[in-house]
Design a protein around this ligand. Structure first.
Ligand code: PLP
Ligand code: COI
Length: 353
């Protein structure tokens, strides 16, 4: 694939690495490629970062035909820039696109776009410990048509944002509210797809939780409201009586790449791991009888994030004295060690740019 490059004539100052926040400043360029049903994907280009021109009747603006991904470029101590399992993100984006009737992208072309874009923006990958360049590939339906039909025109875009930690707590434990009113997903819906609509519909519960002082909500299943699913931006795992338990992937939960990596690390280390339905009752019982040893969320933005407090129906439960547990800390160190190049990548998960 040919990628045309138009360099930004006025490069910006790099942001202060001590005050990055998450997703607030952007690099100098963006990758764009267009699709229409007759010619397929075409016009791949990297252009100066800036507003997009979009028809007011574009399908994405009315019917939410959008999917996205999130991955990071990490700066190793030797200065090299590394991506973590990028092909997994590309594959998941195609799975999401398929669910939303958006066009899939050839994996090699998507990987080339990602690598060439990150190579051009590599000076934006921050150096400070815990920071990275958060990369956001996304796809939108662009054709002007207020009728509900299949999608004939789309754009695939990659932007990137030098970022620090997602939660203001950093690696300190977060407080999570178990959501009992709204639901995020049902079987047959879009729960497993990374599409904007899932996040828009989650905002109300998230805002309610934030007002009450919680970082995010923990979703229950949409039918019985009995089983644990995931948190707004991360999958969840519980260590109960020595075993690590996480909800299985039944179409309602995002198949997290961090989740997959952690499960593999745990199994390699000989932990007993169960992927299955977990009722909220089981979690509350384990909290009450003292067998819930640790709980954490995991995701690209969230990394490995200990859950220190859970609230259910107004009752607050504290996990591991609201401190990061030994397994959570070990997983955080191992995962970030591989990502930042402090530990050997024995799995071939890292792609050095
Ligand atoms: N669940 C949801 C709803 C998410 O948005 C994310 C973040 O991408 C995750 C889980 C974790 O997925 P990953 O580890 O691939 O980032
Ligand atoms: C990510 O972890 O990459 C995500 O997409 C989560 C998002 C809500 C920031």
């Amino acid at each position: 694939m040919d990628i045309r490059i138009i360099k930004n004539p006025s490069p910006s100052e790099k942001p202060d690495e001590n005050a990055l926040g998450f997703g607030l400043t952007y690099t100098d360029h963006m990758f764009i490629m267009d699709y229409n049903r007759s010619v397929g994907w075409h016009n791949a280009r990297i252009v100066p970062f800036g507003p997009l021109e979009i028809h007011p009747a574009a399908v994405v603006l009315h019917y939410g035909a959008e999917v996205f991904e999130g991955l990071k470029a990490y700066r190793a101590a030797d200065g090299t820039v590394r991506l973590f399992r990028p092909l997994d993100n590309i594959r998941r984006m195609n799975d999401s696109a398929e669910r939303l009737c958006l066009p899939v992208i050839d994996e090699d072309d998507a990987m080339q776009a990602l690598v060439e874009f990150v190579r051009l923006e590599q000076d934006f990958v921050p150096h400070k410990s815990g920071t990275s360049l958060y990369i956001r590939p996304f796809m939108i339906a662009t054709e002007a048509n207020l009728g509900l039909h299949g999608i004939n025109e789309a754009s695939f875009i990659i932007i990137a944002s030098p970022s620090g930690s997602y939660y203001k707590e950093g690696i300190s434990p977060v407080s999570i509210m178990i959501e009992t009113e709204d639901v995020r997903a049902v079987k047959g819906g879009t729960g497993y797809a990374k599409c904007g609509g899932n996040y828009a519909a989650s905002t109300r519960a998230g805002e309610r939780a934030e007002k009450l002082g919680f970082s995010q909500v923990l979703w229950l299943d949409g039918v019985e409201r009995k089983y644990i699913e995931e948190v707004g931006s991360m999958n969840v795992m519980f260590k109960i009586a020595g075993k690590v338990i996480t909800p299985d992937l039944i179409g309602t939960v995002l198949p997290g790449i961090t989740r997959r990596s952690i499960l593999e690390m745990l199994r390699d280390e000989g932990y007993e791991v169960e992927e299955r339905r977990i009722s909220v009752e089981e979690i509350i019982n384990a909290l009450e009888n003292g067998t819930l040893e640790e709980a954490f969320g995991c995701g690209t933005a969230a990394v490995v994030s200990p859950m220190g407090k859970l609230v259910f129906n107004g009752r607050e439960y504290t996990i591991n004295n609201n401190e990061i547990g030994p397994l959570t800390a070990h997983l955080y160190d191992t995962l970030t060690g591989i990502q930042w190049g402090r530990l050997e990548d024995t799995k071939g998960w890292v792609l050095t740019i």
